[in-house]
Design a protein. Sequence first.
Length: 129
Amino acid sequence: MKGFIEEFKAFAVKGNVIDLAVAVVIGAAFGKIVSSLVENIIMPLVGVLLGGVSFAGMTYQVGDAMITYGVFIQAVVDFVIVAFVIFMVVKALNKMQEVGKEDEATDDTPEEPSEEVKLLREIRDNLRR
């Protein structure tokens, strides 16, 4: 049992787990921001463009049940916007990582010497003989 607790403690304090927890908290806050953007800015503008239609009020009565398909449409738009923003962030991060890798690659590879340096080396080698 003690080994299990030690193993769990080692797992829980690893940097990756902490980073994941921070990412979840920031992601939740980011989701609230995007939801507010969709609900308070984008959907009213879409409603105006569609002639004053409010998606929140779109419902359909089936017997005693009220189907609020407007809320579903808003959730779909919310998802599309969140997915697009996450795509753009990941794309930007990948681009920055590629630039960093290119910088490392160019730093590691020695530059080709100029023709003058090659000629001077050849003269030096010939004089040594």
